[in-house]
Ligand binder design. Sequence first.
Ligand code: MN
Length: 736
Amino acid sequence: MVSVEERYEHLEKTIRGYNISADFAQIKAAYVYAREHHGAQMRRDGTPYITHPLQVAQIVAEMRLDSESIIAALLHDCIEDTDSTYEDIAKRFGVTVADVVDGVTKLTRVKYSTMEEEQMENLRKMLFAMSRDIRVILIKIADRLHNMRTMEYQTPAKQKKKAFETMEIYAPIAHRLGMQKVKWELEDLSLKYLDPVAYDDICKKLEAASDEHDQFMSAVQSEVNARLEELGIPHATVYGRVKHPYSIYRKMYAQEKTMDEVYDLFAFRVLVDTVSDCYNVLGVIHDLYKPILGRFKDYIATPKPNMYQSLHTTVIGEEGIPFEVQIRTYDMHAIAEYGVAAHWKYKQGIKKEGGEGTYEWIRRLLENQEDADAEEFIHSLKIDMFSDEVFVFTPRGDVINLPAGATPIDFAYSIHSAIGNTMVGAKVNGRMVGFDYQLHNGDIVEINTSPSAHGPSRDWMKTAKSSEARSKIRQWFKRERREENIAQGRASFESELKHAGLSLSQITPPNVLPSILKRVSFQSLDEMYAAIGYGGCTALKAVNRIRDELLQISRAAAVEKASQEAAAAKEAQEGRPPAPQKSKSEKGLIVEGLSNCLVKFSKCCTPVPGDAIVGFITRGYGVSVHRKDCPNADPDRRTAAEQGRWIKVTWSDDVYESYTTSLEVVCKDRNNLLVDISTALSSCKVSVTSLNSHITTDGFAIFHIAISVSNAAHLDQVMRKIHQISGVMKVGRPAG
Ligand code: MN
């Protein structure tokens, strides 16, 4: 067995191998400090506890990180597991080290009790968000890697749980950070506990065939080497490897094959000095072996979002065995193996270790990436740098994603409106806080409710950061405080009315009231008062509409009076009842040069107020209104005969009705998609007239939704809300 001292010496040697000027005095001091503080603590495998931080520091050193990272790795469990404190570490090792240790401690305290897939991405994002300094997450990954390596001493239940977390959270994070080597090891170690039978099977078969594999690989290796020497390509390293067990496992599943049927087990690497040599080597490989069409990928010209660069090709070797060849420079290789950590190494030479500007290079690097995947990646790192979201936990361990600056009120309403409405107190990390407390990443939030709670106060609407909470509070006032709302609404309505020079007696007569109510879209005056009371409608808006309506009524009355006299005269002549009044256009449109004409909205593009529109005079059905961007209204498609029938149409100012329009939503199919979409729709106060969906063969769900909205801005809000739902790829307005 290797002694603790030997392990420490090995660590120093590793560091010396890449960083002669490391701060060995402080590293030693950190080791001694950690050893003393962990004291007699033991690990489950019977070794002294200090072996764990030592091994974690060893992994961190193998990532070639700076002295502060090594020191923090040695101390990473001190705050959590010993009587050491942040202040003490800051005093002895500096604030930066203390901050990194503190960051790792916070990540360690995160409890993952959920297994739901949608929560995983939130958890990954949260870990990034909590890692102010990228070194925090690198040390955490090293910590997890060592724990997974020594997982055999844990109980089976703990093994499964940790393996699942590792597979779902840490391996994807390592992948995002471009740390291929760590990612593979984490995946293999997880598979070992998640599907032990399959893992053993793969390992045994690989072992049994290992001589055969070695022979094949060394044959290819010497063939390629010989050719490269012939051509004088300098410093080339060629080697083969068998793919790692988890990658074979995935192939078996994806292709429904047994281990014996998975052929592309081998991957070769050729490392050279320069990019032009990479392309030369590619030529050599394609000359020696038959390339498989469509398998060549140039990640040198177009790097992967996680910075990975390489040429990939798959060729067929002897006996028809296919194998993959990856060709890259030594620098690209370091990045492929260590990802973000490899960049750290380059940074060290240029600038002082750590400090400000730490993210500069990541940012620059990421901003050069363009595809959608890259954007996703940038976003996940950006949370850290320009945070606009905050991730907190329920006491059960679910992650709740809220806008930055969110308070316990937002949290409570995001769980359920009933929780918000009966909230009497809030605890964050076990401590009572005020309702205006700003939540931080990783906070565990607990809401105390009481059936005798007074309900929300109107101030909560100002305190809440999320529109969800505000709208739920508004709904509560609408429902629970009807009497109060009516009284309040009536008061502000009457004062607004008076301000406009009108009186209540002008709108209450039975021949006037119905059209007034129709104009403001309420069933009764009380309903209107209530809406004004809870803030669903402003008194000013209602009064403006009523004033317009009164004006129209008095004009119409004058016209009607004249026409009634004429009709009466006619009736007297013919003895027939008067013809019904022709209904006016009530769609809030002004048709140039025409008044009172029949207007309808085209079904192909369903315009709403705010859209640019154009009208077409149909034969016998009045004017049909299209969006200007509707293919059916495309000026290039108009025939000469039609030309004169296209006319200008504009929205009038008194638009207020609801308008039916349709949306097309394309999503990656998943559970609960429909629920999320309908929740989004109802939170925007949209009524749905129809909703159809179908699933495409390639796993996409396409929804056609007909909804009523009040105008383009409202529609825009709805579309944005739907777009935010996880899995939604596109929200569009069909036309043509
Ligand atoms: Mn640890």
